[in-house]
Design a protein around this ligand. Structure first.
Ligand SMILES: NC(=O)c1ccc[n+]([C@@H]2O[C@H](COP(=O)([O-])OP(=O)(O)OC[C@H]3O[C@@H](n4cnc5c(N)ncnc54)[C@H](OP(=O)(O)O)[C@@H]3O)[C@@H](O)[C@H]2O)c1
Length: 297
């Protein structure tokens, strides 16, 4: 772990990606919240959270519509990420899904287009729809289509999400070394990826995008985190985000629909944690001592 903050990570393509981004899961669900969500994202952009992460899945495209309005007139300041469902992974479906996302986002290009879930999720009963992929779509078709989208310029880079070590090995057989990131569940309370997935990605120079850095907020009630925050005149959310930002080759996406909280969260970019604080956090939130199954939300 490095005790030094950087403001961007370099993708295998050489393109830089900001280290702190704004998530949009649960945005776009109510028209009453639309303007507040747009305003929050804009304030976040002003504060340097220029990566915006969304997905066609969120509010069935509604979150992409919010993002489209938030970045209107300032597209060039934004590093835009969205995600395709594996149920849209057939060549024709993926190209159409990408076109729909571009249209909702009111842009002609996506900076980073992610496949939201990997092949083995198809067998989980909670994601029945993804079985479609196992039965009929070979990974070669998916990764060739992602490369085709990249060549067309509609997508500047592509990547994956919720991919385990095994999934990443599979991806590398088909991606021509172009998979730009793996977006995974990673925070102080869930450090399993440090055992194998993180070293694997680092060995291929693939930055990892950590999602749910606040564990969707329960983490913030941890007494050790609260004490460290109070010692730093900071908040538990800022410490949780800063801890991730202190690591090498990690970008972080956190979500809020509140302007006060986007101000709070963006200030994590300026927090410096000492070696002794990092050690204290390691004691309270121990790293893994054995392989763990990849967790997800
Ligand atoms: N690839 C995937 O499968 C996947 C899965 C999950 C998430 N993601 C992406 O990652 C983003 C972030 O993850 P997330 O939304 O799950 O979780 P998160 O950022 O860990 O937490 C968001 C929750 O915490 C609250 N919150 C935010 N800042 C806070 C603060 N300073 N103090 C107290 N509460 C705060 C938010 O409520 P308010 O909005 O009311 O402030 C929201 O309920 C998502 O929005 C999405 O873009 C990707």
């Amino acid at each position: 772990m490095k005790n030094k903050l950087i403001q961007s990570v370099v993708l295998p393509s050489g393109i830089r990606m900001p280290v702190l981004g704004q998530g949009t899961w649960r945005m776009g669900e109510s028209s009453l919240e639309h303007q507040a969500e747009v305003d929050t994202l804009r304030v976040g952009l002003d504060l340097g959270m220029t990566l915006i992460d969304t997905a066609e899945m969120y509010a069935e495209g509604g979150a992409e519509v919010v993002v489209g309005d938030a970045i209107a007139g300032r597209r060039d300041q934004v590093f835009l990420t969205t995600k395709a469902l594996p149920t849209h992974a057939r060549r024709r479906d993926l190209i159409q899904a990408c076109e729909r996302s571009l249209s909702r986002l009111q842009t002609d290009r996506i900076d980073l287009y992610l496949l939201h879930y990997p092949p083995q999720w198809r067998s989980l009963s909670s994601l029945q729809g993804l079985r479609y992929w196992r039965s009929s779509i070979p990974p070669v078709e998916v990764f060739e289509t992602l490369q085709e989208l990249r060549q067309s310029g509609k997508v500047r880079d592509f990547g994956v999400s919720n991919f385990s070590v095994k999934d990443m090995k599979l991806a590398r057989q088909y991606d021509n070394g172009l998979t730009a990131t793996n977006q995974v569940f990673y925070n102080l309370n869930h450090r399993g990826i440090e055992w194998d997935l993180l070293p694997q990605c680092r060995s291929h120079k693939i930055p990892v995008m950590a999602y749910s850095p606040l564990e969707r907020s329960p983490l913030l009630n941890n007494p050790v985190l609260q004490k460290i925050a109070s010692d730093h005149h900071a908040t538990p959310a800022q410490i949780a985000i800063a801890w991730l930002l202190h690591q090498e080759n990690i970008a972080v996406v956190t979500k809020t629909s509140r302007v006060d909280r986007v101000r709070e969260n963006s200030a994590a970019l300026d927090l410096r944690l000492s070696e002794s604080v990092l050690t204290e956090l390691d004691r309270a939130f121990p790293p893994p001592h054995s392989p763990q199954e990849l967790q997800f939300l």
